[in-house]
Ligand binder design. Sequence first.
Ligand code: LLP
Length: 415
Amino acid sequence: MKYIDYRQSELYVEDVRLTDIAVQFDTPSYVYSRACIENNWHSFDSAFQDIPHKICYAVKANSNIGILNVLARLGSGFDIVSMGELERVLAANGDPKKIVFSGVGKRDDELKRALAVGIYCFNIESDIEIERLNSLAKQHKQVANVALRVNPNIDSGTHPYISTGLKENKFGIDIESAHSLCQTIKQFSNLQLIGIACHIGSQLTSLEPFLAAIDKVVDLINLLKNENIQLEHINIGGGLGIRYSTESPPSIINYVNALCDSLRSLSLQVIIEPGRAIVANAGVLLTKVEYVKHTPHKKFAIVDAGMNDLLRPALYNAWQDIIPVILDNNLDKCMYDIVGPVCESADFIGKNRFLCLKQNDLLAVCSSGAYGFSMSSTYNSRPRVAEILVDKNQSHLIRPRETITDLFISERMLP
Ligand code: LLP
């Protein structure tokens, strides 16, 4: 079932025409399909079958509270990395008892707030964080659940900027030191070690790195078991990739089945932290062609969305398909660079795209539901765009377009 598809040459999100969205809400806008998000989440959930599990959606992928609330209603857990994300989950009626807190640089105020609301587990990333959390938990007269995030030194084969499981990466505790650190945690009276966590990178397109990391984590867990350290869960992070162009990542079901095969014998709860695989293909960035500019060297289509709205192409040289909202097969196609209005040559949405384009045409940038709006900024003093959540034939504005006033309302001049 495709939730974003053509009907009679017009692109729809569920039962809503993107041309109607453009009229009602203007462009650029992020447009998401509720049914697609729910379907992706259920694919994870049902694939686990009888294995106890928690799906902790990685909030950073798309943190709009409208989206978080859709997931909270399904009973999802959440993986957070900041107090801002924590407050978003709470505002979206997410259950604090299903929150895991990752991140290498958790501040005191963030740890205190997470203790106060009683989250499920802190994913600890360094020896010094153990001491900090223990003393804060003591002040709160609490025993905090912790999982040790290990760095298994596995090459996930993804873009270096989003690879996190190699020893040169800042994340987690190297797997060799993890064992003795688990012993150390036992000596802290206000911490309870309940799990081992691991996240080796994002947009992984093969199972092997996941399985190699799991092997190392399982060895550690078995070692701990022999020393009578009993855990509640193993957290294998997020990272399942999606198809942006020619990649062929495992399906959600094949991925979960492979995990379950390796983990069944542990008899522990399995936690996963998927972000992209739940929301990426549920969203498009809707944008309009402002100008078609021909130079002696190239044809540019200058659209109204820029690198501040969708950073992935500029930051990772990432490919996302760009498709017309209205198909017209009678016109001749040309090769275009689809670029934004921002004053940087890195400001492109897609290079060398074979399209037929004219001024005012609408385009959809595919697979923009993850790391699209959440990485956007107001660079070049461009207000952030609108977000619309489509539910069958209804479109709901879940974040209005920022206004020019919003841009500097809180700024101050010297007295
Ligand atoms: N858990 C942890 C601890 C993470 O650091 C991440 C992502 C996830 C889960 C979710 O990973 P996912 O399932 O979404 O791959 N901005 C980049 C992606 C950065 C991912 C950072 N961490 C992009 O646009 O491709």
